[in-house]
Design a protein around this ligand. Structure first.
Ligand SMILES: [Zn+2]
Length: 276
């Protein structure tokens, strides 16, 4: 079911992982950002769009993680964009003959069979420094940064004040760092500064997973994420409602993610003699 969060911006939230697919109405059809996870959900979304008389004219994946790279044949054959780094990363992943087995390893077992992989990751990279998504609709600014995944992009629908944050600024997921990067802590802090730079233009915040936030939530979530990253950097126990007993039902596993990140960073600093 589609829910309007701003004039011409609709959200389809999946049951699992509270994954927010975002539909932006344009002149001749819609832009679809991070379409969803299960085949049935994407088919349902395709049906809703058909009933609205709105074909998908462009897609966008915020980053090269499996739950943001799916597609369903019923959504049609529009170009599916991502940043150049995002496209290069997924192209590299798909170049392994065993990629289907590799992606299957990371899927939640309870729904793995319902995740269609036929059209997985077919992303067209936009040239580096592309400022806006090329499509016939409201201007959507690409805010690329290195934080959660290579070529991660948040999107600002400028005239509507909607920030589609990808896997940043969630109320259920802690910052999940790209631990393969050279300096994941500083990358993440830089990305938060970048988002802070547009925060005053945002009325509606749509994270890749979790609850939609109003204008008051933007700075609050940036501050919360920064405090978490600082705690991680300084090897402190984070006082963060998303970790530990205060985690929302169904999100208890986030504590394991935190522990895993803390351990990997500790190993890195032991090895390099540097924090992070
Ligand atoms: Zn992700």
């Amino acid at each position: 079911m589609l829910r309007q969060v701003a004039e011409g911006v609709l959200i389809h939230q999946s049951e699992l992982l509270q994954n927010n697919a975002v539909v932006v109405q344009g002149r001749a059809g819609v832009l679809l950002i991070d379409p969803g996870i299960q085949g049935s959900e994407m088919a349902c979304l395709a049906n809703d769009l058909r009933e609205l008389g709105q074909p998908v004219v462009a897609g966008f994946s915020t980053h090269p993680h499996w739950d943001h790279l799916l597609w369903h044949a019923k959504l049609g054959e529009a170009p599916r964009y991502g940043t150049a780094r995002c496209a290069a990363d997924i192209r590299n992943f798909l170049s392994d003959a065993d990629w289907k087995a590799n992606v299957a390893e990371g899927l939640p077992p309870e729904i793995a069979e319902e995740i269609p992989l036929d059209l997985f990751g077919l992303i067209t990279g936009l040239p580096a420094e592309t400022a806006h998504i090329p499509w016939d609709g409201p201007q959507v600014r690409i805010i690329e940064h290195q934080a959660h995944a290579p070529g991660h992009a948040a999107l600002l629908i400028e005239e509507l004040g909607v920030l589609v944050a990808g896997d940043m600024l969630s109320d259920v997921l802690i910052p999940m760092l790209d631990l393969n990067a050279a300096d994941p802590i500083e990358d993440y802090l830089a990305a938060l500064r970048l988002l802070e730079g547009v925060a005053d233009d945002v009325d509606v915040l749509v994270p890749g997973h979790g609850s939609i936030g109003g204008a008051d939530q933007v700075h609050a979530r940036i501050d919360q994420d920064r405090a978490y990253v600082h705690a991680l950097r300084d090897a402190h126990v984070p006082s963060d409602p998303r970790v530990g007993p205060s985690a929302k039902p169904g999100w208890e596993w986030v504590s394991d993610v935190h522990n895993g990140q803390a351990q990997r960073l500790a190993r890195r600093s032991e090895r390099d003699g540097t924090p992070g």
